[in-house]
Design a binder for this molecule. Structure first.
Ligand code: NAD
Length: 475
């Protein structure tokens, strides 16, 4: 029988009578089961979080930091077990799972130093005007399946550091590692401060609409983000939405194809392309287009697609069947339209596992579905451009605005272009680097609000101003 994992509610590991199966996307076999929670379990978790909030909201910085450091240590000390489990449910190769696990431990440690100081607006003879940040209350955290552990930690830790308590729901596709972490931290954080419950997608709207929850922090698709915004409107919950992206990479003519080919490859294919900030559209200047596109395709030919648990695998399967079918559909659409492939394009969905061959397209048109839509799979459309203004306009024509990159031997030129891109982050000569201290968030359909850094912490608070009129004290 598959291992059964339990939810964390009020410091206790609990389960329901109904269980959900979790599949390994490389084998389509059940790797674990998790409780199928509904309204009743959610009510218990929210009640626990509300009770815990009464005390936690006045906890000291040191108490909050200790809880977050304990979470960081629990993850680090159990890293090997956790990364293997993560690969088995998510599909990513061991090396990438390892970096997610250690990354999450590092993030928890780094973010445990974050503090929102009071701001003195005026300190004069007549008035003391002080701005402080107050924790919003109970947070509902909803996370996707592509980076289940990082996403959980980047919601739990800042919530605790801000003085909030949290009820977190992992994706039904990837809840195992998060529940194992729940078990590891159950006696290391005060009961009720962190609650983790699992269920189908239908548990999401119950969280969004729950009157005992004050704020939703969500990472996932734009379509679900819109539903969350609607669901949260009834009682005006505060919301942070980290949604989809269709990031453009712009490669200028002065970039060295030999130096950038490998990095560009991984900027699109890391985690089988299932990264919100993956390069999903790559614009290459016509002067170096042929040489660079060939260099990327040559590099790709040596990357193995397979089970992430096997040594030598560079790219794992797509995480779930629905997404697998969507990626195959986009590739088929490109093929039916006669677009040229440098690699991939043929499909064989007959075997087990949701594997998609690495797919590189040669200069498809801007309105091709595979360019205009977020693929979220191992697909890289390469497009030619002639001049700077034209490529900036094409990059900005997307409905998304999450991130982007410029590759050039002239970083000043890179900055000039970066400042014209309508996205929350722009990298110059690197990709996917996020600092725990810099705000990360999107623009347009990529969402709003921020995670990481003090800006991220603020999202779990509301501003309170206390104004003392010093020269008007009643006698
Ligand atoms: P999804 O929107 O389908 O699911 C995300 C979470 O929302 C899951 O836990 C799911 O159970 C829950 N959910 C589903 N329906 C809901 C509803 N009606 N109300 C409330 N919750 C609901 O997204 P996904 O397919 O798991 O993830 C892929 C998407 O996430 C991609 O679009 C990707 O770009 C995006 N993403 C964004 C970021 C970012 O930081 N901007 C990071 C990672 C992934």
């Amino acid at each position: 029988m598959a291992t059964q994992y339990k939810t964390l509610i009020n410091g206790e590991m609990r389960h329901t009578d109904n269980w959900l199966d979790v599949l390994n996307p490389a084998t389509e076999k059940v790797v674990g089961q998790v409780p199928a929670c509904g309204a009743e379990e959610l009510d218990s978790a929210v009640l626990a979080a509300r009770e815990a909030f009464k005390k936690w909201k006045t906890s000291s910085f040191e108490e909050r930091q200790a809880a977050c450091l304990a979470i960081s240590a629990a993850i680090k000390e159990n890293a090997e077990e956790l990364y293997r489990l993560l690969t088995s449910e998510q599909g990513k190769p061991h090396a990438q799972a390892k970096s997610e696990i250690f990354g999450a431990a590092g993030l928890a440690k780094a973010q445990s130093t974050l503090k929102l100081e009071d701001e003195i607006i005026e300190d004069s003879d007549s008035r003391l005007h002080r701005h402080r940040r107050v924790p919003v209350g109970v947070v509902g955290g909803i996370v996707p399946w592509n980076f289940p552990v990082s996403m959980a930690i980047q919601k739990i830790v800042p919530a605790l550091m801000a003085g909030c308590t949290i009820v977190l729901k992992p994706s039904p596709f990837t809840p195992l590692t998060t529940l194992r972490i729940a078990e590891l931290i159950a006696d290391k954080v005060p009961a009720g401060t962190v609650n983790i419950i699992t269920g189908e997608d239908s548990l999401g709207p119950l969280i969004t609409g729950h009157p005992g929850i004050d704020k939703i922090t969500f990472t996932g698709s734009t379509a679900t983000g819109k539903k969350i915004m609607e669901g949260a409107s009834d009682d005006l919950k505060r919301i942070t939405l980290e949604l989809g992206g269709n990031d453009a990479s712009i490669v200028l003519p002065d970039a060295d194809p030999k130096k950038v080919a490998e990095q560009l490859f991984w900027s699109s294919f890391m985690n089988a392309g299932q990264v919100c900030i993956a390069a999903k559209r790559v614009y290459i200047h016509e002067d170096i287009y042929d040489e660079l596109s060939q260099a990327i395709a040559d590099y790709a030919k040596n990357v193995v697609v397979g089970d992430g648990a096997e040594q030598g695998t560079g790219v794992g399967p797509i995480q779930n069947k629905k997404q697998y079918e969507r990626v195959l559909e986009l590739i088929k659409d490109a093929k039916d339209n006669g677009y040229k492939f440098l690699l991939g394009g043929d499909q064989d969905p007959s075997g087990s596992g949701y594997f998609v061959p690495l797919t590189i397209l040669d200069n498809p048109p801007e309105d091709a579905r595979i360019v205009a839509e977020e693929q979220f799979g191992p697909v890289m459309p390469l497009m030619k451009f002639k001049d700077e203004d034209e490529v900036i306009a094409r990059a900005n024509a997307s409905e998304y605005g999450l991130a982007g990159a410029v590759w050039t031997s002239n970083p000043d030129k890179g900055v000039e272009i970066a400042e014209k891109l309508e996205t929350g982050t722009v990298w110059i000569n690197e990709f996917m680097h996020l600092s725990p201290f810099a705000p990360f968030g999107g623009h347009k359909h990529s969402g709003f609000g921020a995670e990481y850094g003090k800006e991220g912490l603020k999202e779990f608070t509301y501003p309170q101003v206390i104004s003392i009129k010093r020269d008007n004290v009643p006698a």
